[in-house]
Design a binder for this molecule. Structure first.
Ligand code: ZN
Length: 242
């Protein structure tokens, strides 16, 4: 057990040291449609920090989450409108996590690797499972500043693959989020008997809390398309190279 813990800490330190490693980055990511996923060519630069980050009003943030969080201005404006509309329908939406820097994501991912390495008593399985549940640094949509994790009071502001999409709050989001420009990045998949909810097309588990701002026109078109988010966004990203 001790050696596993040492290994987990070593992996964590290794992931942390990668934080300062300079790597290339893909083309301008102020583009609302830019695809960020597990493809190496789509990795974001460690240096990329959106220029228009704004502090999220504290009343929009989960009481259990860090209070100082930011989003890009257009995403925050749209989210505030959605929050207000949801509240009028009796639905309370709370942000748990919004913009995360490359370094933040390094630490988040390293902590998942350490946790699952211990849980599975195997660094390989731990790393593999962490990759399904968390993005490696440079591959997180949270670095774009347009993406947030939304939690609900009825689930104690926590994440739940099994329960989140059964809540009235999720039903409201599913029905209305596109009207405010948001799409859910990681839809349900059930093609892995050992991992319920894992979607091999995205490489991630179902994340009913993870929403990305792409603008109202695109979000409505996406909703009507029946495509996977990245497939849909790939048809749009080259139209907005700025
Ligand atoms: Zn997320």
């Amino acid at each position: 057990m001790l050696s596993l813990l040492v290994l987990a800490l070593a992996l964590s330190a290794q992931a942390d040291s990668n934080c300062s490693e300079s790597r290339g980055g893909q083309w301008p990511v102020t583009n609302l449609f830019v695809v960020v996923n597990k493809e190496a060519s789509r990795q974001l630069s460690p240096a990329y920090v959106p220029k228009d980050l704004e502090v999220i009003p504290v009343e929009l943030i989960s009481p259990l989450a860090p209070k100082h969080q930011t989003l890009r201005a257009p995403a925050l404006r749209a989210y505030a409108r959605m929050h207000e509309a949801a509240a009028k329908s009796g639905v309370k939406l709370f942000i748990r996590s919004a913009y995360r820097s490359f370094d933040d994501q390094c630490r988040t991912f390293a902590s998942k690797v350490a946790k699952f390495t211990t849980q599975f008593h195997s660094p390989e399985r731990g790393f593999g499972y962490a990759q399904k549940i968390s993005a490696e640094p440079g591959r997180s949509q949270h670095q774009l500043g347009t993406t947030m994790d939304i939690v609900f009071e009825e689930l104690n502001y926590d994440f739940s693959i099994e329960k989140a999409d059964k809540t009235p709050s999720f039903a409201w989001l599913d029905q209305h989020a596109h009207e405010f420009g948001f799409i859910m990045s990681y839809p349900f998949g059930d093609d892995d008997p050992e991992n319920h909810g894992y979607n091999s097309a995205t490489g991630y588990f179902f994340e009913p809390w993870h929403w990305r701002y792409v603008g109202v026109v695109a979000a409505k078109a996406y909703k009507a398309s029946g495509q996977l988010p990245d497939d849909f966004l790939k048809t749009l990203e080259s139209t907005q190279r700025k």
